[in-house]
Design a protein around this ligand. Structure first.
Ligand SMILES: [Zn+2]
Length: 289
């Protein structure tokens, strides 16, 4: 009898620490937030990123049952918000949990529906997400509070070269007129101090409305007459109007830089941002370092 009791006791004591010691499950709606979550959480977390295919248009994403399961199992969910990933809210309310923590980057950035949702093209927004995640992890796993604080400091330090490069491009080219086929790169344009033209066209595309004929004509004319010095082309969410602008820019000898919505394979968030800034600098003729 004593033997049975001690076995029972053993299995109970073994079970509870095993639950606490399991990885903290994080679901990131977008893979760049998932990458940063891995950088901050390290071995203590298990991260699933939902939007991770740079060949698919995230604006047209529909969640599958496996996505719903991942979200219902998650302890922490990271969403962009600003109506970029509205399916997250639907899935969260389908499986309510008071224990689950939700981080919405749009809220941290003070943005609302109707604002440009491509928040990750401003590294300060991603740093705000990393800070929030680090404090949520410290609450969930207090024993490792100093580990999360150190990883956050490392992450912040790793963004410094990106900020330095942004400042360098800005120093040389602030005020240069540029345009894009869609506002994916908008926050980076702002960080670089560039003058963004054709915003009415871009807002129509973002809001899924047809750009007006006069907006299209003005855009085409500005390309033909070199009023725009760089065209950023969203290579992930394409349509015939954007393709036409891209080929007009190429014919006019205006540099075209591709931008994606989703972090490409083989890149970290930091290296992805760095290569975007470097490509803009290169397009303007800034010597590469
Ligand atoms: Zn987009």
């Amino acid at each position: 009898m004593k033997y049975v009791v001690s076995l029972l006791f053993l299995s109970l004591t073994a079970a509870s620490p095993a639950v606490a010691a399991g990885p903290i499950k994080i679901v990131a709606a977008e893979n760049f937030y998932g990458d940063v979550a891995r950088q901050i959480g390290g071995d203590a977390v298990e991260v699933v990123s939902i939007l991770n295919n740079p060949d698919q248009d995230p604006h047209l994403f529909e969640a599958s049952p496996s996505v719903a399961r991942a979200i219902s199992d998650a302890r922490i969910v990271i969403a962009n918000g600003v109506d970029y990933d509205p399916w997250i809210g639907t899935l969260l309310s389908a499986s309510p949990s008071s224990a689950r923590k939700l981080i919405v980057v749009g809220d941290l950035a003070g943005k609302k529906t109707g604002d440009n949702p491509h928040l990750w093209y401003d590294p300060r927004n991603v740093l705000a997400m990393a800070r929030q995640l680090s404090s949520v992890l410290a609450e969930e796993d207090a024993a490792n509070i100093s580990v999360y604080a150190r990883r956050l400091a490392d992450f912040e330090a790793s963004l410094q070269p990106v900020s330095d490069r942004i400042a360098e491009v800005r120093g040389h080219y602030a005020g240069t007129p540029v345009a894009a086929t869609e506002p994916v790169f908008g926050y980076m344009f702002d960080a670089l101090g560039l003058e963004v033209k054709e915003t009415s066209f871009q807002n129509s595309v973002m809001n899924d409305t047809e750009p007006s004929a006069s907006d299209v004509a003005a855009f085409e004319n500005d390309l033909k007459t070199h009023k725009i010095k760089l065209l950023v082309y969203n290579s992930q969410a394409t349509d015939p109007a954007a393709e036409r602008l891209k080929s007009l820019a190429e014919q006019a000898g205006i540099p075209v830089v591709g931008a994606t919505e989703t972090q490409p394979d083989g890149k970290s968030y930091q290296s992805w941002m760095m290569s975007g800034v470097a490509e803009v600098g290169k397009a303007f003729g800034m010597p590469t370092q």
